[in-house]
Write a protein that binds this ligand. Structure first.
Ligand code: MTE
Length: 337
């Protein structure tokens, strides 16, 4: 699944800059209109996204430079990619409305820079990542994954991101850290679904999710910052979202602002809403039906839905069993759905 990787850690010593200092510097650079002005500053790591030559880059330029541009790898993956236009126009992001087309329509002015992702809780090394840190702190990779929604549609997405395991290692969990609790931004001014129960589907916001720490350490778990060689569009969870390809899509929480390492299993949004329908684990499992519909098969969102001939069998763990089944050995997956 891993298509391309690039190491930024060897390019520069990463330091996480005090947010105020960093933004002042960045504004200054913008005002000066300098490309490469970063090299004039005393600490190159503190001035935005720098490439291996110390040049300041936009995320897209950085992706392209490192060949994380899907186009280069087209044809290298057995499954047909879902077209970009479909991935970015058929969304579940209730903060911007419950209808599939609403997130793309209602999120275009969503402001993602500046951003703060706080890593806290049971860790020796709490961190706050600013907007540029999301693109420069970890080795970015391009990965093509299937995404299977609990509503029985699926797609194939070329993501760009970094391994969640790398973030966990950087945070240095204490021995008490057993789970990761994720949280989406709470900003009712920007997110209409958080202001209106009708638009927001009656969810209590912020949207929250969780993983067991060994799940978070599995190499497949990805923090995504882009797709199709570009930064994530708002409707897909800009600027950073989780992608857990062996679990139903609702685990892949969008626009993340907090990851807290905790001792006890954290609450999760869909489980709070309907515990008998949505479990904490939510591993894709064709043998365990949702109370209101079968999970035995699915349709790619590019094919017409209701006809049986368009449906394809759903695979245990969404086809990633070889990489993840061991995480659940000995567990009754009907009980822990
Ligand atoms: N994250 C937040 N914050 N809010 C949401 O409503 N929906 C989830 C998940 N992450 C959701 C979310 C669901 S149900 C799915 S299927 C996927 O996002 C959809 O991701 P996509 O729109 O990029 O396909």
């Amino acid at each position: 699944m891993i298509i391309k990787t690039t190491s930024v850690s060897e390019c520069k010593e990463h330091t996480i800059t005090d947010e105020n200092v960093y933004h002042q510097r960045r504004e200054l650079i913008k005002k000066m209109g300098f490309l490469g002005a970063a090299s004039l500053l005393s600490s190159p790591a503190s001035a935005g996204i720098l490439d291996i030559f110390g040049e300041e880059k936009t995320p897209e330029a950085l992706f392209a430079q490192n060949n994380l541009s899907y186009a280069a790898e087209k044809g290298g993956f057995a499954e047909e990619l879902t077209p970009e236009a479909k991935i970015t126009s058929h969304n579940n992001f209730y903060e911007f409305g419950v209808e599939k087309q609403q997130p793309a329509a209602l999120s275009q002015s969503f402001k993602v820079d500046p951003w703060q992702l706080k890593i806290s809780g049971e860790v020796e090394n709490p961190l706050t990542l600013g907007y540029d840190d999301l693109y420069s702190s970890f080795d970015l990779e391009e990965r093509i994954y299937r995404l299977r929604c609990v509503e029985a549609w699926s797609m194939v997405v070329p993501w760009i991101g970094f391994s969640l395991a790398e973030l966990v290692k950087k945070a240095k969990p204490t021995s008490r850290a057993k789970y990761l609790a994720f949280e989406t931004l709470y900003d009712p001014v920007q997110m209409p679904g958080q202001r209106s129960r009708r638009l927001g589907g009656g969810i209590d916001y912020p949207y929250v999710e969780g993983l067991r720490i060994d799940e978070a350490m599995n190499p497949l778990a990805l923090m995504s910052v882009g797709l199709y060689g570009k930064t994530l569009p708002p409707q897909n969870g800009a600027p950073i979202r989780l992608v857990v390809p062996w679990k139903y899509g609702f685990k892949s929480i969008k626009s993340v602002v907090g990851i807290k390492f905790v001792e006890k299993k954290p609450p999760t949004t869909w489980n709070l809403l309907a515990a008998n329908e949505y479990g904490f684990y939510a591993n894709v499992n064709p043998a365990v039906d949702h109370p209101r519909w079968s999970q035995a098969s699915e349709r790619r969102i590019t094919t017409g839905g209701i006809f049986a001939q368009n449906r394809i069998p759903t695979l245990p763990f969404n086809g990633y069993g070889e990489q993840v089944a061991d995480l659940y050995s000995g567990m009754n997956l009907r009980k822990y759905y």
